[in-house]
Design a protein around this ligand. Structure first.
Ligand code: BGC
Length: 366
């Protein structure tokens, strides 16, 4: 009796295995994972924490249309929102899914599903961490962004006061964004040796990434932190010479904190060339920003997709070994990099000459 049951069960199990074997073979045979012109490309963007994300949707729609693809661009307000967006792109059968991560460490399951379904995963602007399931990463050179910010901070302070030591404070972006530590490490590669020599001082004593990161890239958080540091460390007349700010949104909040505390506005750096910051740069309130043309960045991803649609296994401009920018904790993701441009009052008109909106702002036109 018992033996019969066992044999019966084994037979069912074998039949089941054969069935799954068949169906998965059929699926992989019919799944053509090569992207083709006319296919829909999913683009999962994060929350609009800065103007570049607002611009990104139109940049992708234009570039994808121009290259002969259909687009499905979606924002997410939260991590779970983005996980659902990616899952639905996988279910719809998108052949390529471009992801600018809301939280780079929380997408492992979703990119594994995408790969299993035969999709190509491209991390865009922000890397996706601790997974092997990312095929490419297209972004501006983030380490270089940090180095340029630090150099601008030094140049700005020197122009105001010929010799140091200078008092500075440090701000970084959100610890959930893989870019934030890369920006910070790039900046610290320039600043740390000078801090060690005593040419730069950080009077708050807050110098580690975790101490200076800004939850959610939210300017309310950076303004509160700056206000607290001013109250504790600078209300006795100590001069604050400069602040490393990772982007324009946070930079403006730092400027506001200084103004509200009645402090002379220090040299403040930025990033993104936001329309709200360019007038401040031109009138000397904010010292610098970085120009990362969002259209160009979207085009870089779309060029990559076009190369893949031609069956290219080594698409143009892809570096397979840039550990500094593209190591995600498990693999160095093949990386297509763009070069960021430092912008101050001195080169703004020139730097924005390919962008009528920004050029007009730099020229002071309304
Ligand atoms: C982007 C920056 C942006 C920041 C906040 C980063 O990942 O690279 O351009 O300022 O996110 O949204």
């Amino acid at each position: 009796m018992r033996k019969k049951l066992l044999i019966g069960l084994t037979a069912v199990a074998i039949a089941g295995l054969a069935l799954t074997g068949c169906s998965s073979r059929a699926a992989s045979e019919s799944a053509d994972s090569t992207v083709k012109k006319g296919d829909t490309i999913g683009v999962a963007l994060p929350a609009k924490t800065s103007q570049n994300w607002v611009l990104a949707k139109a940049s992708f729609e234009k570039a994808l249309k121009g290259a002969g693809f259909k687009s499905d661009v979606q924002y997410s307000a939260s991590v779970s929102d983005q996980q659902n967006v990616i899952q639905s792109m996988v279910t719809k059968g998108d052949k390529v899914i471009v992801i600018a991560a809301q939280d780079g460490s929380q997408l492992g399951t979703q990119v594994a599903q995408a790969k299993k379904a035969g999709a190509t995963v491209i991390a865009w602007d922000r890397n996706i961490m601790n997974t092997k399931n990312v095929d490419y990463y297209a972004a501006f050179n983030n380490y270089k962004v940090g180095q340029l910010q630090a150099q601008a901070l030094l140049d700005g302070m020197k122009a105001k006061k010929a010799s140091g030591p200078y008092n500075i404070e440090l701000f970084a972006g959100a610890n959930t964004d893989a870019n934030a530590s890369v920006f910070f490490n790039g900046a610290m590669s320039v600043l740390k040796p000078l801090i060690d020599k005593g040419e730069l001082k950080v009077p708050s004593g807050q110098t580690t990434f975790q101490q200076v990161q800004t939850d959610n890239w939210d300017p309310k958080n950076s303004q509160t932190r700056m206000t607290n540091i001013i109250t504790k460390t600078y209300s006795n007349g100590t001069v604050l010479d400069g602040v490393l700010s990772p982007n324009d949104t946070l930079g403006r909040s730092i400027i506001t904190a200084a103004q509200q505390a009645g402090l002379a506005v220090p040299i403040v750096t930025g990033q993104d060339s936001e329309t709200a910051s360019i007038p401040l740069i031109m009138n000397g309130t904010q010292y610098s920003t970085i120009y990362k043309n969002t259209d160009d960045e979207a085009k870089a991803a779309v060029e990559l997709i076009t190369d893949l649609s031609k069956g290219d296994k080594k698409p143009a401009g892809v570096d397979f070994n840039d550990k500094t920018n593209a190591y995600n904790g498990q693999i160095t993701v093949p990386y297509k990099a763009l070069t960021p441009v430092l912008v101050t009052k001195d080169n703004a008109v020139d730097a924005y000459s390919n962008n009528p909106t920004l050029e007009a702002l730099a020229k002071g036109a309304k």
